[in-house]
Design a protein around this ligand. Sequence first.
Ligand code: PMP
Length: 439
Amino acid sequence: SKSRSRSESLYKEALEHIVGGVNSPSRSFKAVGGGAPVFMKRGKGAYFWDEDGNRYIDYLAAYGPIILGHAHPLVTEAICRAAENGTLYGTPTELEIEFARMLKAAIPSMDKVRFVNSGTEAVMTTIRVARAYTGRNKIIKFAGCYHGHSDLVLVAAGSGPSTLGIPDSAGIPVSIAHEVITVPYNNLAALDEALARWGEDVAAVMVEPIVGNFGMVMPKPGFLEGLCAAARRNGSLVIYDEVITAFRFHYGSAQTFDGLPAGTDFAAIEPDLTALGKIIGGGLPIGAYGGRQEIMSQVAPLGPAYQAGTMAGNPASISAGIACLQALQEPGVYARLDKLGAELEAGLTAAAGKHGIALTVNRICGALSTHFCSHPVTDYEQAQDTDSERFAQFFRYMLEEGICLAPSKFEAWFLTTAHTQADIAYTVEAAERAFARMD
Ligand code: PMP
């Protein structure tokens, strides 16, 4: 098996200086049996090389942004050009206008856009804007959807189907958690119940329109229509967190994706506000939010809702984002991701079947999730009710085979435009060997 001795010694060193040895807890191997995470040294296309020189096929894609693969030449060139001209001005630039135009053209529900630095900031600000616009305080969110690490959305469901939240982290006041109501995804009855009980205080219903955070989960037919209608009847705004989903399945966002359930009424599922991040930065830090003119007019300097940022709209991130979206406009990009995704899904399913491993694969275009269970996964409860031990085993066997997955059973695999059919074929063979060791 591969030596990862340099990763192990670097991890020891990192533990002395960086809390937990990692700069985001999702990078730790805590959920897959612990030990040193792999320290990567270089990425190119669909591959990573670690500090010991081992090569991996990358399905982590940095938790989603790297849809073009690592060091895509057009993105690299855009970043170099931006660096030569100075990376940060603190003034407006023409680039920001160009990028705002591109995003608005692709996501027509956004009349106005504002750039920030992360998905967390984008979501956090949509909540402030919704509160400013409605004069209400509470937010409804869905169990298992992740919306960044700001106080308000780092809150889990209480015990009942429709209860006030409990903090998911130390350091969040219970009073803040009580401003959040968590209900199960794909469950309109629970949403109605929450609105009946707390409706007049609810500023917004926040949702990942297609879920990326407890596996890839599609809304059931009518779910988004029902959600939007219920929110509107109640005078609440609808916020779509499209940090993962925008530009993932087609050139646009989930709200205009023709892979949504047949018969989706696209006019009826349009959100009031949308939060963006990940792919739109081409691998550099970014977030953005946007929505209807009258709502976005709440934002300073036009309106009373304050939001600012020293790094916001910086030329390097914007340039990388423009280059990334331009590359995604090439004909056939998403059809190819879909085709490779289908091959990976079919291969994994067949390999698991051959070895009697219960596996549910949820796939949307080039994003798929593997759940060690024999039931479908359409909500968080079903996703939680999957075999963590099996996933941990599979994760480690795949790592030995040179396949890099996220160290979490809930996280999706992301294909990039750099993956090849040969990569998929090798991955399926590796999975088959892993399943053979597990059965
Ligand atoms: N929203 C969603 C749907 C996400 O998946 C994430 C990150 N995984 C965020 C928000 C937070 O984005 P960031 O990590 O850039 O703050």
